[in-house]
Design a protein around this ligand. Structure first.
Ligand code: NAP
Length: 180
């Protein structure tokens, strides 16, 4: 099968369209034929060596075959996000597209009794919570309350361009690689 891999960390140019063996599912696993793959900001961070840096190379990129992405910017929005909180407000950190936010100054939270927490999709979630979230998402999509905007759809062989566009903030909406 074809896969986008990088053999060393670096800019978008390190991406290669490689031929790799089809994976064999282990116990409790299934193999999924991917028709299209979302390009995630975290993919560009992995490629740059900023995320999952200890994973062995060469590495296949791609963390979503379908998905709706929440926004998280980090460093450049941190102070204004904190400023915008009402008394007893809650700031959830879940990404750092613009760089890591500063260390938390607990003293600055007292006056408005603020709360800061972090969220990571890969933290094991209770199955009931996952089901509830999937259902809520499906309903919102079904009712048209959430709409997925496609920003760029290109072939798998154009992964370099997809990364360049995403990283330079030239796209609006989901970036997708079509798999032949
Ligand atoms: N905690 C989790 O479970 C979780 C899940 C998914 C993603 N993440 C993390 O969240 C972060 C964003 O990922 P995403 O999938 O949400 O990306 P995304 O949908 O592409 O959104 C990235 C956002 O960051 C903004 N941005 C990018 N570079 C910036 C810069 N230099 N200065 C200011 N704003 C900038 C973009 O603004 P423009 O639209 O104006 O360019 C866009 O609004 C990444 O660090 C990713 O690893 C975490």
């Amino acid at each position: 099968m074809k896969a986008i891999r990088y053999h060393k960390v670096g800019g978008p140019e390190v991406l290669r369209l490689d031929d790799v063996p089809e994976p064999t599912p282990g116990p409790g696993e299934v193999r999924i034929r991917v028709k299209a793959a979302g390009v995630n900001f975290a993919d560009t961070e992995r490629r740059r060596g900023l995320y999952d840096a200890k994973s062995p190379l060469p590495r296949i990129l791609g963390s979503e075959a379908a998905g709706v992405v929440l926004d998280s910017v980090g460093a450049s929005t941190w102070e204004s996000s904190l400023e915008s909180l009402a008394p007893f407000g809650h700031l959830v950190a879940y990404g750092s597209a613009s760089g890591h936010p500063p260390l938390v100054n607990v003293e600055a939270l007292y006056a408005r009794s603020l709360k800061i927490s972090a969220y990571w999709l890969r933290t094991p979630h209770p199955p009931a919570l996952q089901r509830q979230a999937r259902e809520a998402l499906g309903q919102a999509l079904g009712k048209g309350q959430l709409r997925v905007t496609l920003g760029l759809v290109v072939g798998l062989g154009e992964a370099v361009r997809a990364h360049q566009q995403l990283e330079s903030r030239a796209t609006v909406g989901k970036v997708v690689l079509r798999v032949p």
